[in-house]
Design a protein around this ligand. Structure first.
Ligand SMILES: [Zn+2]
Length: 468
């Protein structure tokens, strides 16, 4: 069990223990990060040069310039050296299917329908078991840690295993049980899909406040109106977000119009699903009135540009969404349609794709894009009070990006360097809830060789069955 926020006292007591105005004096730090430039992502706050961050009991208790944030002389704490580096909030992946690392590179260069029906669904039916999902999800967690993601929203099957993997790795997440009206891995009878999702949520709710269970409807085409409504009721009952794939392709939109006589957003609206708990992934083919309705009802968008590009689905009109004030976060989607979980690469793609789509080099600038991957992601998941920025009282989900590489020299603007020049491989330290998951590029929670070995073994079974 994690320590819950109500158990902690965050009252500021300036000066106690001689720790200065930017630290909570009563608490002794257990982790110190210092030396680099801190990008806090707090609105309007400039980068802090030669920064120091103090962490205690999973929370940030002090942040500022080294000379402003004093530390107790007799304290014993772990130190992360961030000289020649950027200290920033961990990135938040708002849409993925972590265990799909198992199918990375197995079915490339295909349109969505063919990719899904001819390759992915059959491979999932044949090869997904609790064991394979565990190792695939753990590999996903490792990859996310390695590339600076500290929190992820996941939707898949056998999700007890993804929760186990997130716990083993130490990541934060919203991990949702998949619901689809076909026989699916772990759900041979689709009439059981809602019951299984409900039991999954009840099993894990309250187990940890770092890993939250949820419900993920595959799409408005693969779930009936009744299934969608039942899923919504469960999400409402437990005040959890409801994830769904929405308006990914033109074909999907046309099919919904044919079946239900209206476009996807009005259709979901009719069912009562469009509200502040809805997280809609893709949103490639939303018209202006659909975007306006999502904004009006407080629904959230998971923007997954690389997956949309790889499957040739189209370009989500992200500039317009941001302009009207929709809450947007960034995701990678699963590894089979990306083919990695690197949010630094996703930021680079997102901004350049928006520029080329809008034919405007000022579209989705570096600052807006970085917000989407941090603050925006936190808001999409309803966790904005806990994560997404570096500030006193927030959870210590922090990454350190090493700048000692040729492609990061020189740095005029750290935000520009992070979005346009860096990649996930530049991340050297990762902290979640105050726990160090990667230090100097060394994984601290999981045996990476063992995980990769297991996934290679599984991939031989998949490849050997002639899935390609
Ligand atoms: Zn997806």
């Amino acid at each position: 069990m994690e320590v819950r926020s109500r158990d902690l006292d965050f009252g500021v007591r300036n000066g106690e223990l001689g720790m200065g105005k930017n630290a909570i004096g009563r608490q002794m730090p257990d982790l110190l990060i210092e030396g680099g430039v801190a990008i806090t992502m707090v609105n309007g706050e400039a980068p802090i040069p030669k920064a120091r961050v103090l962490v205690s009991n999973g929370r940030i208790i002090g942040i500022g310039k080294v000379e402003e944030v004093r530390i107790p002389l007799d304290g014993q704490f772990e130190i992360i050296d961030a000289h020649d580096a950027i200290i920033m909030p961990g990135l938040i992946n708002v849409h993925t299917h972590a265990a799909m690392t198992l199918f990375r590179g197995m079915a490339d260069d295909l349109p969505l329908k063919q990719w899904l029906l001819k390759k992915i669904f059959p491979a999932e039916a044949k090869f997904l078991t609790p064991e394979t999902v565990y190792w695939g999800a753990l590999l996903g967690c490792l990859e996310m840690i390695a590339s600076g993601t500290t929190c992820f929203a996941d939707g898949y099957f056998f999700q007890d295993q993804t929760i186990r993997a997130a716990h083993a790795a130490g990541l934060r997440g919203l991990i949702a049980q998949g619901v689809i009206d076909f026989p699916a891995p772990g759900i041979p009878d689709p009439r059981e899909n809602i019951r299984i999702a409900k039991e999954f949520i009840e099993r894990w709710l309250g187990f940890s406040d770092r890993v939250i269970p949820g419900i993920f409807c595959h799409s408005p085409l693969t779930c009936s109106g009744q299934t969608l409504r039942n899923a919504w009721e469960i999400s409402k009952e437990h005040q959890l977000p409801l994830q769904i794939h929405l308006s990914e392709t033109v074909e999907e939109v046309n099919e919904i119009i044919k079946r239900y006589g209206t476009r996807p957003v009005p259709y979901l609206d009719r069912l009562g699903l469009v509200d502040g708990s809805l997280i809609a992934a893709h949103g490639v083919h939303l018209d202006s009135s659909e975007m306006a309705r999502l904004k009006e009802k407080g629904a959230k968008i998971a923007h997954v540009p690389e997956s949309n590009m790889k499957l040739g689905s189209g370009v989500a009109e992200i500039s317009q969404m941001i302009e009207i004030g929709l809450t947007v976060g960034l995701g990678t989607d699963g590894c089979s349609s990306n083919n990695n979980l690197d949010l630094f690469c996703e930021m680079d793609t997102a901004t350049k794709l928006a520029k080329v789509f809008d034919r405007n080099p000022m579209s989705l600038n570096a600052g807006v894009t970085l917000r989407m991957a941090t603050v925006g992601g936190a808001a999409v998941l309803g966790l904005e009070k806990e994560i997404g920025t570096l500030e006193q009282g927030k959870r210590a989900d922090i990454i350190v990006v090493d700048l000692k590489s040729p492609h990061l020299c020189p740095v005029y603007d750290p935000v520009s360097a992070l979005v346009y020049s860096a990649n996930g491989g530049d991340v050297k330290d990762v902290i979640v809830n105050g726990r160090v998951l990667m230090k100097d590029k060394e994984f601290m929670t999981v045996d990476a060789d063992e995980v990769m070995g297991k996934v290679r073994e599984i991939s031989q079974r998949i490849g050997g069955a002639g899935s390609r």
